[in-house]
Write a new protein. Structure first.
Length: 400
């Protein structure tokens, strides 16, 4: 055995010019260091040496669906917890949660769900200003860690056989939608991973606070010619979604068309590790910063929140405390007033109205009115319940 030793603290191996330093055994190369400093090895995956990388796409595994999971006709708004759809066309399409996912042999990760879009009514001749696209908002304070850095964006996608090989686009926009990076991709009827290393924009205006959007990450499935002034693989001063001359397919041209999306990931650096999802408790906490839905579906007359008090013969007040602090003051929606009942220790009173006021980022004030027999003791303790087995829920939306 031969040993190379250094009499000083450091040992320098120098390859002049642009040559690599190579490590061989019996004439077979086992590892090398390039002139650029990249290390490769036949036995060590150098991409793993830096540890697990943070995915800046929250719930890229599509585990959380506060709006529901069944086929839903697309209108501008949210689909899965953090994916937003924007639409303007003369056809119809639906979104839903699907259990068709990449296999663990394909991606190295076992997903439970994917995001599925189906064309249900055609618009074969899309207008110049019409479109169908999805977008994910990266909050400004998160985007601050990515700004002007090199990132790798990856996702898995597939289509139905009818639109296999069609060309769609993903895009990156700044908050004002006046800086754009676009890239076309052509999924087939088999799950395929798409991966792109991107140098983020060094021009334009970007925002870095929790109140603002830092970056929009989108998928364009249909777009008219108004939005074709972007340049593939480059940043341009535009809010467009595709490049003229490399046409985007029209997802809305056939009711047989389907588009599946899974394992969406955006990480720092030029290498994307295999997709991983944080523990489900972590994902739910991340989502809760933006949107919280409270489903009362376990027991008949299930209790809701802490004790309140009677404000009048037909009105009770309750504080509703959130399970986590929200990003901003939420928009609050709920099931029908009749799905809630109130009680003061006696008979339950079916609601005729429910509203929310004095809303903060940690709690809100719930007012519940009924038209039943009047309560007689103002100030007495009162309780809020699910009405029997009715569909009963409260949703707090603090998304962008």
């Amino acid at each position: 055995m031969s040993t190379i030793k250094s009499s000083s603290e450091d040992l320098t191996l120098n390859a002049d010019g642009s040559n690599d330093i190579k490590f061989q055994s019996n004439g077979v190369e086992k590892a090398s260091i390039s002139s650029a400093g990249a290390f490769t090895s036949t036995t060590i995956d150098a991409t793993k040496l830096t540890g697990e990388k943070r995915n800046f796409i929250i719930d890229g595994d599509f585990t959380q669906w506060p709006e529901g999971t069944g086929a839903t006709t697309i209108a501008t708004g949210y689909t899965s917890a953090m994916m937003n759809v924007v639409t303007s066309h003369d056809g119809t399409a639906t979104w839903e949660r699907s259990t068709d996912v990449p296999t663990i042999a394909q991606s190295g990760h076992q997903s439970a769900y994917s995001h599925l879009t189906k064309c249900t009514g055609t618009d074969a001749s899309l207008g110049a200003s019409q479109f169908l696209y999805y977008r994910y908002y990266i909050t400004g304070s998160d985007f601050a860690h990515l700004h002007q850095q090199t990132v790798t964006f990856s996702f898995w996608s597939k289509t139905a056989a009818a639109n296999s090989g069609d060309t769609y686009y993903f895009f990156l926009w700044n908050s004002a939608s006046n800086r754009a990076y676009v890239q076309n991709f052509a999924p087939t009827s088999s799950w395929t991973k798409f991966e792109y290393t991107i140098d983020l924009d060094t021009s334009g205006t970007y925002l870095f606070t929790e109140a603002d959007v830092g970056l929009q990450v989108g998928f364009a499935l249909a777009s008219g010619s108004t939005f074709d002034d972007a340049t593939i693989g480059s940043w341009t001063a535009t809010g467009d979604m595709w490049q003229s001359g490399t046409a985007i397919s029209n997802f809305l041209d056939s009711t047989s068309n389907e588009f599946y999306l899974s394992q969406v990931q955006l990480v720092l650096g030029s290498v994307s590790p295999d997709f991983t999802s944080p523990p489900i408790a972590t994902v739910r906490d991340q989502m809760d910063y933006y949107v919280q839905r409270y489903e009362y579906d376990t027991l008949s007359t299930e209790a809701i929140g802490p004790m309140g008090s009677i404000g009048s013969g037909t009105l009770a007040y309750y504080f509703f405390f959130y399970r986590n602090k929200l990003r901003k003051l939420p928009v609050i929606t709920s099931s029908a007033a009749s799905s809630f009942t109130a009680g003061d220790g006696g008979a339950l009173k079916v609601g005729s109205a429910i509203s929310f006021g004095y809303t903060g980022t940690n709690a809100t004030y719930c007012l519940h009115t009924h038209s039943d027999t009047n309560w007689t003791t103002v100030g007495r303790s009162a309780y809020l319940y699910r009405s029997s087995t009715d569909t009963c829920w409260i949703m707090l939306d603090a998304r962008h």
